[in-house]
Design a protein around this ligand. Structure first.
Ligand SMILES: [Zn+2]
Length: 269
């Protein structure tokens, strides 16, 4: 499923954790978990692309993509780490050692809640697997016990769609996180007056990404460009875009923590 759809599912799940304390401490950590969990399994895409490039064999993609990180065992392991090692994780957060979860915003620090984060993370991971089951070959959710793909493909487009449709679906993937993640996050960030230093970079990235994606949409309509050439070219910027999509919830973690939080921000002079 497209990266933006996963991120949107994560953002919608944030609404399951309404603010309940002064700054929604545990709720904020659960929300960050939801969005990160919803996209984290696709961290296997850059790895898969690298392995395909190194081996020159498209078949190896089935070994790396939609297996380990999309499995139930992986989800349980993530939750176990956040609960069994909760004290350790909390201590590292307090010392700012786990920068990727710690706050970027210096104001309003609070004690990190690994269990809340872990709960959100598992919900996000499950949502990812369920969405991915809806098309292509399904997901190896029973890894490492079975490599069998489980799914209910609503969009088996590799076999039932035209070459043009597949090209357009794959290319348009790169619009979706701009529409479904970066724009909502920028609205929240603007409301809470956070990530202001990153504002120009976010807008610049989104504009550049949409321009590159539009170029590929146009390229899709040129019959002389073969299926293989199109995908090889698409995966050069595509791998970079996917990597940014996966780490985006962490880069904008303060805004993600506040997603769905209607608290009126304190305006600083
Ligand atoms: Zn996936």
């Amino acid at each position: 499923m497209q990266a933006g759809v996963h991120l949107l599912a994560g953002l919608l799940m944030c609404l399951l954790f309404p603010r309940h304390k002064s700054i929604g401490a545990a709720a904020g950590d659960a929300r960050l978990g939801c969005v990160l969990g919803a996209i984290l399994p696709d961290a296997d895409i850059p790895v898969t692309v690298l392995m395909v490039a190194l081996s020159g064999n498209y078949e190896v993609a089935d070994i790396y993509h939609r297996t380990v990180t999309h499995s139930i065992v992986f989800a349980l392991l993530c939750f176990a780490i956040m609960t069994i090692f909760a004290d350790l994780v909390r201590a590292h957060i307090q010392k700012d050692k786990l920068w990727f979860i710690a706050r970027t915003h210096p104001v309003r620090r609070h004690v990190f809640e690994p269990q809340a984060f872990g709960t959100g993370l598992v919900l996000g991971l499950i949502s990812h697997a369920v969405l991915d089951m809806m098309y292509l070959k399904g997901v190896a959710i029973w890894w490492p016990f079975s490599d069998a793909r489980v799914g209910y493909p609503l969009f088996g487009y590799w076999t039932t769609q035209t070459e043009l449709t597949v090209k357009l679906l794959e290319a348009s993937d790169h619009y979706t996180d701009v529409l479904f993640f970066f724009i909502p996050v920028m609205v929240v960030a603007n409301w809470h007056q956070i990530h202001t230093a990153q504002w120009n970079q976010i807008v610049g990235y989104c504009v550049a990404k949409c321009a590159v994606t539009t170029a590929f949409i146009i390229l899709a309509f040129i019959p002389a460009v073969s299926f293989e050439t199109f995908f090889t070219l698409l995966y050069i910027p595509g791998t970079f875009f996917f990597t940014i999509s996966v780490i985006a919830p962490l880069l904008f973690r303060d805004a993600v923590r506040r997603f769905g939080d209607p608290t009126v921000p304190q305006r600083h002079a």
